[in-house]
Design a protein. Structure first.
Length: 135
């Protein structure tokens, strides 16, 4: 088996949601810089976790968040064609929400998901946004 290569974390920023309506929030985050695997920029997976339950979102452990029933995951996986390309700004929508509902969310990036090397990720601080009321 090959020796594991060094892996570094990506640098990320969570931005203000792009759009907030009475039933939709469009999350917005920036990947400032890709992490590296063996000195080469790489992006294996990224996305958002969100929930109406703040306590369900307290963990910064991605495996824990994935296992909680009240936590939703929006996941993007890369391929050999685009894993070295930084998408920069990532936007995605949480839909079918209720009005005046607070959503708690985090953005995450895996530099590497291959167990041959150190599985390496970064996750944002917990953010929240509230849908608008219908008048």
């Amino acid at each position: 088996s090959s020796n594991p290569l060094p892996v570094t974390k990506a640098s990320i920023t969570v931005n203000t949601p792009t759009v907030i309506t009475n039933n939709t929030i469009i999350f917005n985050a920036t990947i400032n810089e890709l992490g590296t695997l063996g000195g080469v920029k790489q992006l294996d997976e990224y996305g958002f976790f969100y929930s109406t339950d703040q306590s369900a979102m307290l963990s910064e452990n991605i495996d824990v968040l994935k296992s909680i029933g009240t936590v939703n995951q929006i996941k993007f996986e890369t391929t050999e064609l685009n894993k070295r390309i930084n998408p920069n700004v990532v936007q995605t929508a949480a839909t079918s929400l209720s009005e005046s509902q607070t959503i708690f969310y985090r953005f995450y990036v895996f530099t590497n998901t291959d167990p041959q090397h150190t599985i390496t990720s970064v996750i944002s601080e917990l953010k929240s946004a509230t849908t608008k009321a219908t008048f």
